[in-house]
Design a protein around this ligand. Structure first.
Ligand SMILES: *Cc1c(COP(=O)(O)O)cnc(C)c1O
Length: 409
């Protein structure tokens, strides 16, 4: 262990290991407080949070504007179910519709639920609008995808751990190589209703497709009467320096799938946004969620949308991302094999003869930095967009120091 553990840390870890299922492999840090880009553990040690809840904390911990809005709504009305209207849903739907440029939204809670919603809408659209024969709809997905953890979603994952022994799997999905427009064109047939993709593959390691790819996907979908579903759950809402990662190629998908930061780091809020000719296929009783679109969620997410409407956070991601890039790129050849970065979102591939991602993240703890590896040899950095330039310098110095520690030993 890179840091000496006190009793509080060990006791919390032991209790969690004993009484909570082992569906994650957390770093040995027990957090108790968060403020902005920083968190504090049960022993008073502070860390720069460079995972930011997998981008759910784009606005940092406890953003005063979001907390104030949440507190006001907590004291007013939190839950109605969709059996009744609330005074929060309409204004939120209008605001998110305006941000996405779409006519309608359908709110849910988690990212996986929003993905499921988009898949259901695409299938129903395929039968009702495109005229695909019942039960024949095909949806094309990408190799290396990550869209969540439900049984249908893991059915088209190629991550063995996520998938194995959870079958039988949901049929109707075809996987093609990510970033390969020709492979996509080849895979489409008359029963294809949609293409589902992440404009940047986050869990895959912040994999950015070749320039022009998203535009080609858009053209292929248009030419074949197929819906383009963009999973912007992690890439969206200012992380990449634009409101949506699709904006980098001026591409507008038929359905935006949103989550994570939409809940302001306070509660789970997800949604899909689409025009009436697509989302109109949903009728009363055909889809729903007890908590989806609840007043507390709508109030917080509406505040998130208002904060994004100014462009301030997108600009921060661009400017700070450039600084992070300038700091990280000199490390290529000095412990890093490659750096991919878009906005304030980076994937660092480690040298194969150096430490594993896990081991490097453990040593970053001693430098006051929390980050997480993905797929073993890649570190994903996604600090809250409220980090300062000094914070980023500390991050770069910490990574340089941690890598150097392994090269000496
Ligand atoms: C995290 C994530 C999801 C799933 O979101 P949950 O809220 O964990 O269900 C879906 N798609 C992408 C791209 C994600 O990063």
């Amino acid at each position: 262990m890179p840091i000496p553990h006190g009793a509080p840390t060990d006791a919390h870890i032991e209790l969690c290991e004993l009484r909570s299922a082992h569906n994650y492999h957390p770093l040995p840090v027990v957090l108790a407080r968060g403020e902005g880009a920083w968190v504090t553990d049960v022993e008073g040690r502070r860390y720069l949070d460079c995972l930011a809840g997998y981008s759910a904390l784009n606005f940092g911990h406890g953003h005063p504007r979001l907390i104030a809005r949440a507190e006001r709504q907590l004291a007013t009305l939190t839950l109605t179910s969709r059996a009744f209207f609330s005074d929060q849903l309409g204004p939120f739907a209008e605001a998110l519709g305006d941000l996405t440029g779409k006519e309608m939204v359908l709110p849910m809670n988690t990212g996986a639920e929003a993905v499921e919603t988009a898949l259901k809408v695409a299938r129903k659209w395929g039968y009702q609008v495109k005229g695909v024969p019942e039960n024949r709809a095909r949806i094309i997905v990408m190799e290396g995808n990550f869209h969540g953890r439900t049984t249908t979603i893991i059915s088209f994952s190629d991550d063995k751990v996520a998938r194995d022994e959870f079958g039988p799997y949901t049929p109707g999905f075809v996987s093609v190589s990510y970033g390969d427009a020709a492979a996509l064109r080849e895979a489409i047939d008359e029963d294809t209703v949609a293409v589902l993709l992440e404009p940047i593959q986050g869990e895959g390691g912040v994999l950015i497709p070749p320039a022009g790819y998203l535009r080609e996907v858009r053209q292929i979908c248009d030419a074949n009467g197929v819906l383009m579903l963009a999973d912007e759950v992690q890439s969206g809402l200012a992380r990449t320096g634009r409101t949506f990662a699709c904006d980098h190629e001026d591409v507008v998908p038929d359905i935006y799938i949103l989550g994570k930061a939409l809940g302001g780091g306070i509660i789970p809020v997800s949604a899909i946004a689409a025009d009436r000719d697509v989302l109109g296929v949903i009728t009363p009783g055909s889809h729903g969620s007890t908590f989806g679109g609840n007043p507390l969620a709508c109030a917080i997410a509406h505040e998130v949308v208002d904060m994004l409407a100014t462009g301030e956070f997108q600009e921060r991601a661009r400017i700070l991302g450039a600084r992070l890039q300038a700091g990280l790129e000199p490390l290529v050849g000095h412990g890093l094999r490659a750096v991919r970065i878009r906005g304030l979102w980076a994937g660092l591939d480690l040298d194969p003869d150096g430490p594993s991602g896990r081991v490097l993240c453990e040593s970053l703890i001693a430098h006051g930095i929390l980050a997480k590896d993905t797929h073993g040899a890649t570190i994903r950095l996604a600090p809250p967009l409220v980090v300062t330039e000094d914070d980023l310098d500390l991050l770069v110095n910490g990574i340089r120091g941690a890598l150097a520690g392994f090269r000496r030993s």
